[in-house]
Design a binder for this molecule. Structure first.
Ligand SMILES: Nc1ccn([C@@H]2O[C@H](COP(=O)(O)OP(=O)(O)OP(=O)(O)O)[C@@H](O)[C@H]2O)c(=O)n1
Ligand SMILES: C[C@](O)(CO)[C@H](O)COP(=O)(O)O
Length: 250
């Protein structure tokens, strides 16, 4: 029997790099805010999952109407992303082997196919798995004057994305270990690695953008529009395939 899935969405950040008048997860992308897009994408892939949403204690913008899940709870975020995720792990009544998947609210372009691929990989790998992207550019090491002091090897270098997914007990132990050691980790995989585990890297789509800077808003809107167009093209081509199939069988 498969274990329940707990979806943790850290959404307690301030969006300082975005520099807007509200946290970036509440900025509109088309008709709805980023947070609503992200939750809707997660729900499409995992309609029966239990959502845990980490929100800042002073959040004035959240609207529960944006949550499409039947089972969900709100928890208070912490000072760092890792504290928000650990608060969520402490708040839920999960079994040791339950699957937990953590996804940034700021990544609204994630696709169902990447979500499902990651979920299956994490179920099979005892150390968990994360979406990631092999580095595509030449990598430079700057000196203090922002001069290009060296070129780093790209060999086996990946960008970490989200979601990242692990068994509940492992992730909780890893984040508690990081917090106790006063070590700030920026993703779950770093905490798990610090326990000596090696999560599996799953090559994800390059358009799983983390909305971080002002320019990213237009980019995310363009990505979403192109994903919708691609989905409608493939629906049309599957309809026309069915049509030619039915003509053949007449
Ligand atoms: N204390 C924190 C900090 C961040 N996050 C969440 O972690 C994710 C990744 O963080 P980032 O993109 O850095 O978001 P912000 O912290 O909001 O951005 P900034 O660093 O520019 O302030 C986001 O979904 C953010 O809401 C969180 O839940 N709790
Ligand atoms: C978790 C993450 O999205 C992986 O890329 C990232 O580390 C979090 O973003 P931050 O900018 O480091 O807070």
């Amino acid at each position: 029997m498969s274990h329940p899935l707990w979806l943790i969405v850290p959404a307690a950040g301030q969006g300082k790099r975005m520099g807007a008048d509200k946290p970036k997860q509440y900025l509109p992308l088309g008709e709805k805010p980023i947070l609503a897009h992200t939750l809707s994408r997660l729900h499409r892939a995992f309609p029966a999952a239990h959502l845990v949403l980490c929100l800042d204690s002073d959040d004035r913008w959240f609207n529960p109407e944006w949550v499409p899940f039947a089972q969900w709870q709100r928890v208070t975020g912490g000072a760092e992303r890792m504290d928000s995720v650990l608060n969520a792990l402490h708040a839920i009544n999960a079994q040791e082997d339950d699957m937990v998947m953590v996804h940034d609210v700021a990544r609204p372009c994630v696709t169902s196919s990447d979500l499902l691929t990651l979920y299956h990989a994490a179920q099979q790998h005892p150390s968990g798995a994360l979406l990631a992207m092999p580095v595509a550019d030449t990598m430079k090491r700057a000196n203090a004057e922002q001069l290009s002091a060296a070129t780093e090897s790209r060999d086996r270098l990946w960008h970490a994305l989200t979601p990242q997914s692990f068994r509940y007990a492992l992730l909780r132990r890893a984040l508690e270990h990081a917090v106790t050691g006063q070590c700030v980790v920026t993703d779950e995989a770093s905490a798990v690695e610090a326990l000596g585990h090696a999560p599996r890297l799953i090559s994800g789509r390059r358009d799983n953008l983390k909305v971080t800077h002002p320019d990213d808003l237009a980019l995310a809107a363009a990505i979403m529009a192109s994903q919708v167009a691609q989905a409608s093209d493939s629906a049309q081509s599957s309809e026309s395939a069915q049509f030619s199939e039915s003509k053949r069988s007449c």
